[in-house]
Design a protein around this ligand. Structure first.
Ligand SMILES: Cc1cc2nc3c(=O)[nH]c(=O)nc-3n(C[C@H](O)[C@H](O)[C@H](O)COP(=O)(O)O)c2cc1C
Length: 395
């Protein structure tokens, strides 16, 4: 039977999504010092309660040494490393859930990307103390005790997500952050139980999954959703962190913990695949998932036709990232039969409608989009750039 965007989808633990669309996690550049939610954050999420059936927040760092991963000068990444964050998180969850869609908190540790630690003069920690040419601060190898503390922090963050009223958590195992750093040969040179052969490089991501599942079983409603996001490959020219053959092995181990979904982070489009391989990443991962673990993919969806194509050809669920930045009502319009009125780009005319945070406006009116993939129409808002957050940013 062909998938339809408006199908409701029952996840393994019983949660029912009202459609096959998800809002992809996206940093809003709106946190206050210490990773606290601002009014700007709440306004952004409030406007997106009907963007999709499953609404995944931006990444939230689980340990004090796990973030912020942000552009110095810009408003910060959000945190979930203390109980003091719960009030703000509760506001996000309430706003996202107000129209009956599911709210998922993305939980994260930046490892080497926690630039905020360097900015404040603290050590930046990572699996190994490697001197990377693309970093202008040193890394220190995590001790055994610190590794265990971070695993426990993922559990505590999950507990906070439950208390704040989220319907689920997504473990951020993608995009070169700490879980991926442990899995990658390029960034993990450890010789203890957390590094070495494939099984040892899997140990940290698996320990995090185990801890999150443990807390959910103990403290969450039975239908609480758990997802895991992964980058299917880490290959930079001739340098190989891991291949898709290895990441599918990791996912085969992860699904033994009975997660609700696996989310592939794809930057080259939802139908993309490994070089010189006929199959797409979606097909390769779908083959190893059981029926009960749903596949979520992402990449380059800005209209109804491509969202439909993704779920007809490749996947159970499709996430929409920048498409929901320029169209906060993406799923609502599709479900109401108004897909043709979906905005595909940013313009000076729809800048109020999109409800961006100040940080997003500043980021996407820059020529380099702060290193993020460009937003269609970005050039039309260049003159709105004030530069108010750029004073510390040299690039
Ligand atoms: C502004 C911005 C912020 C992002 N922040 C996150 C994040 O917090 N966590 C994450 O897993 N991915 C993040 N991403 C990646 C997106 O979730 C998505 O995978 C990527 O944009 C490709 O999807 P798209 O083509 O639909 O935008 C971000 C992307 C953008 C554009």
């Amino acid at each position: 039977m062909t998938n339809n965007l408006g199908d409701s989808v029952k996840l393994r633990h019983g949660a029912v999504l009202t459609n096959r669309m998800a809002m992809s996690p996206m940093q809003t550049h709106s946190g206050k010092r210490g990773g606290f939610v601002s009014d700007d954050t709440v306004g952004y999420y409030s406007a997106r309660s009907q963007a999709a059936g499953m609404l995944i927040t931006e990444f939230h760092y689980v340990s004090e040494n796990g973030g912020p991963a942000y552009t110095p000068g810009y408003p910060e990444q959000l945190g979930v490393y203390s109980d003091k964050h719960i009030d703000g998180l509760t506001k996000i969850a309430q706003e996202l859930k107000k129209d009956g869609n599911k709210a998922i908190l993305q939980i994260h540790h930046g490892g080497r990307a926690a630039i905020g630690q360097a900015v404040s003069g603290a050590e930046v920690v990572a699996p190994s103390g490697i001197d990377f040419p693309f970093l202008d601060y040193p890394l220190r190898e995590l001790t055994q005790q610190e590794v265990l503390a971070i695993i426990a922090d993922f559990g505590r963050a999950t507990k906070r997500a439950i208390v704040a009223g989220f319907d689920g958590v997504e473990i951020h195992g993608a995009n070169h952050y700490l879980l991926q750093q442990f899995f990658s040969k390029l960034s993990n040179h450890r010789t203890d139980q957390w590094g070495g052969d494939l099984a040892r490089r899997m140990a940290f991501p698996l320990a995090v999954v185990e801890e999150v599942v443990r807390v959910v079983k103990e403290d969450a409603p039975a239908d609480f959703i758990i997802g895991y996001r992964i980058s299917p490959e880490e290959i930079h020219g001739t340098e190989i962190g891991y291949t898709y053959q290895e990441s599918t092995k990791l996912i085969q181990e992860i699904v033994k913990y009975k997660l609700d979904y696996i989310h592939l982070s794809l930057w080259d489009g939802y139908g993309s695949g490994p070089e010189k391989v006929e199959k797409s990443y979606a097909e390769l991962f779908k083959e190893i998932l059981d029926e009960e673990t749903k596949l979520l993919i992402v990449g380059g969806v800005f209209n109804e036709a491509s969202a439909r194509d993704a779920i007809e050809k490749y996947s159970d669920l499709i996430a929409i990232g920048r498409g929901t930045l320029v169209e906060p009502q993406f799923a609502k319009k599709v479900l109401d039969g108004e897909g043709s009125s979906i905005f595909h780009e940013i313009t000076p005319e729809n800048i109020e409608y999109v409800s961006w945070t100040m940080g997003l406006k500043e980021a996407f009116s820059r020529i380099d989009s702060l290193g993020l993939p460009a937003i269609p129409g970005g050039e039309s808002i260049r003159s709105m750039h004030t530069g108010q957050f750029d004073m510390f940013y040299h690039k």
